[in-house]
Write a protein that binds this ligand. Sequence first.
Ligand SMILES: O=C(O)CCC(=O)C(=O)O
Ligand SMILES: [Fe+2]
Length: 319
Amino acid sequence: MGIPVIDLLGALAPGGPRVPEVVRQLREAAMASGFFYVRHHGVDRWMVQRQFALARELLELPAERRAALSIRHSPIMRGFEALGEQTLDAAMKPDLKESFYCGMDWPAEHPFVQAGYQTYGPSQWPEELPQAKGLCEAYIAAMNRLTERIMQLMALSLDLPERYFDTACREPMVTLRMIRYPAHPADADERTFGAGAHTDWGAITVLAQDHHGGLEVQTPGGDWVEAPPMEDAFVVNLGDMIPRWTNGRYHSNPHRVRNRHSGGAPRFSIPFFFEPNYLARIEAVPGTVAPGERPRWAPCTAGEHLREMYQRTYARTPA
Ligand SMILES: O=C(O)CCC(=O)C(=O)O
Ligand SMILES: [Fe+2]
């Protein structure tokens, strides 16, 4: 089973001619692995290319500069993650990747910033790259538009009103991550990964990957399939909040990365993580719990859910 490709042409705006067809395809993908490609997604190609160029510049800053702007210095995990700092699959070795995390620019007086809530606070921008903040914020704005639309299509796919999730998605928790994976070592054992098998934690992840490949996705049957790069397409996958929101009807499947096909070059990828508002209540939506049955998950807030997940893989507690 491959990963389906969903063409968003004619479905990016409410009332578009292809909305019913896209909603059907989305439902099918969400009930299978929770992974799909999107084409004609409305994000300019040059914007994605520019973002990859920036990812390279960021992750090629001298190691001591990156260490000075480490996520360890940020209560909300913004900044640079070093090689081996995260272990996405606790049964495996630490991940062979390094990354830069940033987010939206919230005003210091916003109540969520004041409260120190995860994701709502300042990023750490390197002064050597003065263009970084503007580029990332523009990219995040484009990703926000795309994900908000995917959430609307998802609402339709659950026979809910198109704007059902809009309120929960206001002032969302978003994280943009730029990752560099060194080439997979020739002598690596089977416990070595660029990113160990994991599910994403939020609602929607939109991933731009370079041309090297290396992402693998677990199918509902348990096999691992490659999610090869596709020009001008993003890989979209559902995170753990979606099963919680749909009482298990939609899936967030494990995936992992090994940079094995690049001929020794590093692999870059840019995942954008979209989660609802920190205070949004995540509980089974209407129509997903059969009469007489109990929901599979206890309700929680989106913030509680995310906080628990960071704690598990970084062995530290963000706000
Ligand atoms: O680099 C990739 O292709 C995937 C990264 C990923 O799964 C993540 O950051 O959650
Ligand atoms: Fe992931």
